[in-house]
Each structure stands twice: as structure tokens, then as C-alpha cells.
Design a protein around this ligand. Structure first.
Ligand code: UGA
Length: 483
């Protein structure tokens, strides 16, 4: 099929490269000419596993880049809109980029096309795109509008696209739904997975993607409801972790029991310093605005945000509890990205914590495997950057782990202890086991688990029963973290 992707940000770029991988002729459109030129030169603007390989594999063959929207529209059957929908002051999504793309498509349309919204948008966007197209002269018989939300996670975006839990196609016309479904056929009939050079998936064995057909409005709501539910799961476990701390229970044990109920599930129950990124915070606000405007009260969403905010404050209080005063303290910070596997620092809880600590008068040496260049643009010169985690720790009063990069979990703890001025490690992502830290002689503060402080053993001891728990459920969590 001939496909145009308008907007070559995260979603557009990944979807464009993956559609080319599925055998379609793809043109990626962006009004940022320097970005288009960089893509044409073979640069990959984001840190994403398998994306450079896919761009390299298809560039100049099935994948082209342009700033010329009308030309891209004329040569395509499916036109995906994947431009940004940032939040406005009131939390509502700003759809002005979507509107302007719809106007551009309307002016160029010359044969039947399906316009597919892929950006995360509020319900009724589909209807609005149709209205805007008609108002701008597009003949009604030459187009349909469909919704095909994207569920990919940064850091695992290519694998999420090619091995999806589900593909949602929302359309109010069969013709449009059939055309969008056709674009995904190699995933749904499983033929893609039989290719010898297929991108490897997270699962072993045969795979066939599930495609769900819905109305356009239902598809729009599925995306917002999914992200809100996932954010709620994280806030729920974070609130449980606070209760665990208050009563002296261990949140990892609680989650093992809680997540073993197949109705609840173990994934997305990792406590920490809260969720961040360009999706959950923005989508929660937008979904709340949708509910408000439709006259529905959805106070639960407020609480999800409140718990998330409070989780950062709780961690800061923990730093104060471990170090007493903060002014003049020298801290090593491991992790700045909003999660592992990405260089993205948007709404990163790690960045928020670093900024609060700077205000308290701390000096910080930070290390992140991917996000330091972006972080340097946002942080004052009071933050120094290290070449590796150990360099960040040299002479620091404490070490803070703020992003769940798996490399951090493999640190040599003897070396950590030797490098730190005081043997204090605060783990905002529960990457380590308390007994491991006790054995290493480190004072250890994590989330929802008892602190390890004071008298410590110097020889390793037998792991406690919690640490011996290793089940497929624990593996599922590790998979989330590793993704
Ligand atoms: C999220 C959704 O997971 C995707 O399905 C969705 O497509 C995407 O938003 C989007 O709307 O575009 P993403 O923002 O890439 O994906 O990141 P997640 O892996 O969902 O993590 C979000 C945040 O939650 C991170 O800060 C992460 O550290 C945190 N998190 C995640 C936890 O604190 N605990 C967990 O158990 C899981």
C-alpha cells in the first residue's frame, strides 16, 4: 500500500519505519526541513532500539522523507496524522497541529483516501477532522476518517509496533476500516513473523497480532482509557508502598501476592518515584478534560495525579531523612531519563527531583546512559556529568538511583561503597534487594520496603524468602523494566 505519515516525531517515525518493514511504500512528512534533511542523510533523531536498523534497511527504497504535504497526500492511499497534541493550560489537548494538517490534506486530495488519526487525541477529533476537511473543500466521497491509536512504549517502540497486544481500528465506514486493516495484514496473518530477517520479538513461538474493529469514538476512548488505567495502576502501587512503609511491610511481597491474581496482573506494579514521560501526565489531563466537558465526574483521575506528585515529595523527604541537611551536600545521581531505554527527559521524575535538590543547595554529579545531552540543556551548570556511574559516585555523600536502567542493578557494590564518602544509597526504583545492600555494607533506602541502616553484616548471607521468589510473574516485571 502507499502510506503517508504526517509528523515524524516518536510515533510517526516508528510507525513509518515499521510500515516500510511490512512491505508498504511509505513517505514521512514533516514541516521541519532540517529534520527531513537529517533523516535523508541517514540520521536517527531518537534513541530507540531497532529504529536505526529499520531506517537504514528501507531508506531510499520503501521509505522516503519530505516536507511537501500535498505531494505526499496525492501519492498515498492512507494518510496517518501523527503530529503532537500538547496540553493547553486547562489540560485539554491542543489540536491546532491536527487541524492544520487536516486543512493541508483537504487542499490536496484528488482520489479516495483514508485519513487516520494516530496521535493521542480526545474523543470527537475524528468528527472534527471530517468537518475541517469538508469546510476546506474536500469532496465527501473522496475520504473517510479513521482512528488507529498507537500503544507503543518508548524504548520498546519498534517491538511494540511489530508484536502488539492489539491493533485498534476505529472507523465508521467498512471501506475505511478494511483499508487500515490491510496495512497491518502481515502482522495479523502472521506472515511477517515467518520472515528470516524479521525484527525479533519479545515472545518465543508463533505470534499473530489481534486486530479489534470499533467505532471511531470508541477507538479514541480506548487510547485515553488505557493510558489512564496504566497510570492508575502505578499510582495505586505507589500509594500501597506508602502504607507498607508506614506499617513496616514489604511492597515487593505485597505485589507478588497482589499481582498473582490474574484479574490484577503483575505488570505495571513497580513502585518508585512515579510515572513521567510525554504520555501519561498529558493524557491524564486530557482525559480529565474530556470527562469534564462531557459532564462526567472522574475524580479518580485527579487522585492518580496527586499520588504521582506526592511520590516525588516522599522521595525527597527520604533523602533528607538519610542525610539530615541538604545544603552543600554532594550527591551522585544515576538516571535522568523518565524511564530506561530512552533519552527522553520530558516530565521525568528524575529531572524534577534533581531540580528540587539543586534548590536545596546540593551539588550534583549525574550519569545517564542516554539522556545526558538533553538534560544538560535543561539543568544549570551546578550539575556535572560523569562518564560512568562510578565516576559520578567518587566522593559523594550519597548515591541516588532515579531511573530503572538495568545496568545500574549490576553495579559492583564493593566499589560503590569504596567510592562514596558515606555508604548511603537511595533507590527510587527498587533496583536492588535490601539484603544485597545489607551484605554490601550500604545504608539503603528504597520505596515501600524497610530501610537498611546501622549495624551491618560484612559477609553475604542466605537470601530471605522474598528474594528467593522468582516466578514467571517476577519475570514479567523484569520484562517491563528491561523493555
Ligand atoms: C506509555 C504507555 O505504556 C504506552 O502503551 C503508550 O502507547 C504511550 O504511553 C503513549 O501514549 O504514547 P511510555 O510513556 O513510553 O508508554 O512509558 P511507560 O513504559 O508506560 O512508562 C511510563 C512511566 O511509568 C515511566 O516513567 C516509568 O518509569 C513509570 N512506571 C512504569 C512505573 O513507575 N512503574 C511501572 O510499573 C511501570
Amino acid at each position: 500500500m502507499k502510506i503517508a505519515l504526517v509528523g515524524s516525531g516518536y510515533v510517526g517515525l516508528v510507525a513509518g519505519a515499521c510500515f516500510a518493514e511490512l512491505g508498504h511504500d511509505v513517505v514521512l512528512v514533516d514541516n521541519d526541513e532540517s529534520k527531513v534533511a537529517a533523516l535523508k542523510r541517514g540520521e536517527c533523531p531518537i534513541h530507540e532500539k531497532f529504529l536505526p536498523e529499520l531506517l537504514e534497511r528501507h531508506r531510499g527504497r520503501r521509505l522516503d522523507f519530505t516536507s511537501n504535504l500535498p505531494e505526499a497526500v496525492r501519492r498515498s492511499q492512507l494518510i496517518f496524522i501523527a503530529v503532537g497534541t500538547p496540553p493547553k493550560e486547562d489540560g485539554d489537548a491542543d489540536l491546532s497541529y491536527v487541524e492544520s494538517v487536516a486543512r493541508g490534506i483537504a487542499g490536496a486530495i484528488d482520489s479516495y483516501k483514508v485519513i487516520v488519526e494516530k496521535s493521542t487525541v480526545p474523543v470527537y477529533t475524528n468528527t472534527w477532522i471530517r468537518k475541517v476537511m469538508l469546510l476546506n473543500g474536500a469532496p465527501a466521497e473522496l475520504f473517510d476518517v479513521a482512528s488507529n491509536p498507537e500503544f507503543l512504549r518508548e524504548g520498546a517502540a519498534v517491538a511494540d509496533f511489530l508484536y502488539p497486544d492489539r491493533i485498534v481500528v476505529g472507523a465508521d465506514s467498512d471501506r475505511a476500516a478494511d483499508m487500515v486493516a490491510e496495512a497491518y495484514r502481515p502482522l495479523v496473518d502472521g506472515s511477517y513473523y515467518k520472515k528470516t530477517d524479521a525484527i525479533p520479538g519479545p515472545l518465543a513461538g508463533p505470534f499473530m497480532a489481534r486486530l479489534i474493529r470499533t467505532s471511531a469514538k470508541s477507538a479514541e476512548l480506548i487510547k485515553h482509557a488505557s493510558n489512564a488505567f496504566l497510570a492508575m495502576k502505578i499510582s495505586f502501587v505507589n500509594a500501597v508502598s506508602s502504607v507498607c512503609e508506614a506499617v513496616g511491610a514489604d511492597v515487593e511481597q505485597v505485589c507478588e501476592g497482589l499481582g498473582s491474581d490474574s484479574r490484577i496482573g503483575r505488570r505495571f506494579l513497580c513502585p518508585g518515584i512515579g510515572y513521567g514521560g510525554s504520555c501519561f501526565p498529558k493524557d491524564l489531563l486530557a482525559f480529565r478534560a474530556v470527562a469534564r466537558e462531557s459532564g462526567c465526574s472522574f475524580g479518580l483521575l485527579n487522585e492518580v495525579s496527586n499520588v504521582n506528585e506526592e511520590q516525588r515529595n516522599r522521595f525527597l523527604r527520604k533523602v533528607k531523612r538519610a542525610l539530615w541537611t541538604l545544603k552543600g551536600k554532594k550527591l551522585a545521581v544515576l538516571g535522568l531519563a523518565f524511564k530506561n531505554g530512552t533519552d527522553d527527559i520530558r516530565e521525568s521524575p528524575a529531572m524534577a527531583i534533581v531540580k528540587s535538590l539543586l534548590k536545596e543547595g546540593c551539588s550534583i554529579t549525574a550519569y545517564d546512559p542516554a539522556a545526558m545531552a538533553h538534560a544538560a540543556e535543561e539543568l544549570s551548570s551546578a550539575v556535572k556529568f560523569a562518564g560512568d556511574p562510578y565516576e559520578a559516585m567518587r566522593g559523594a555523600d550519597a548515591c541516588l538511583v532515579l531511573t530503572e536502567w538495568e545496568d545500574f542493578a549490576a553495579l559492583d557494590l564493593t566499589r560503590v561503597k569504596r567510592l562514596l564518602r558515606y555508604p548511603i544509597l537511595l533507590d527510587g526504583r527498587n533496583l536492588f534487594r535490601p539484603a544485597q545492600m545489607e551484605a554490601a555494607g550500604l545504608n539503603y533506602y528504597s520505596v515501600g520496603r524497610p530501610d537498611v541502616v546501622g549495624e551491618r553484616r560484612t559477609t553475604p548471607r542466605k537470601p530471605s524468602s522474598t528474594e528467593q521468589i522468582k516466578t514467571p510473574l517476577t519475570d514479567a516485571v523484569n520484562k517491563d523494566r528491561a523493555a
